[in-house]
Design a protein. Structure first.
Length: 143
């Protein structure tokens, strides 16, 4: 093997090792998962990892306000799976409903269904939410 090939192989190993990191959580299907922004969960025997990237929209009616409609929240998740590759997708939390409401549609990505159950902190009138403070709770189910 030439020095150039050895150097290239060593560089690839270093890059691969640096890209690997331990999941913030080990999740289970059909069980609530709570992540802070930037954290990710893996699912043991399933080839799936999900990261909570950011809140795209939060139009929920703030505590202390009177609103014509309940509003909703939308989070961006990043998924990595053997079937879907690596991509971002959205999960929506309609306002004014209970997390146990079975009429809420599931968001689908790469053969899995996602339901956003809760997004904290809940907005309050006159209080600006730091985007780093968001915590999302969701469940994942195979399609």
């Amino acid at each position: 093997m030439s020095k150039r090939m050895l150097f290239g192989a060593a560089a690839l190993l270093v890059l691969a090792a640096g890209a690997c990191r331990k999941a913030d959580q080990q999740g289970e299907m059909d069980a609530p998962i709570t992540l802070k922004r930037g954290q990710f969960v893996s699912f043991g025997k399933r080839p799936l990892e999900v990261t909570f990237v950011r809140v795209l929209e939060d139009s929920r009616c703030p505590i202390g306000a009177v609103c014509a409609r309940a509003g909703d929240a939308v989070v961006q998740l990043e998924g990595k799976s053997s079937d879907g590759g690596f991509d971002t997708f959205e999960a929506r939390l309609p306002g004014g409903i209970a997390p146990t409401d079975t009429t809420v549609l599931w968001d689908i990505w790469s053969g899995y269904r996602f339901r956003l159950l809760k997004l904290e902190p809940y907005p309050r009138t006159g209080v600006l939410v730091d985007s780093a403070a968001y915590v999302a709770t969701f469940i994942v189910r195979p399609s």
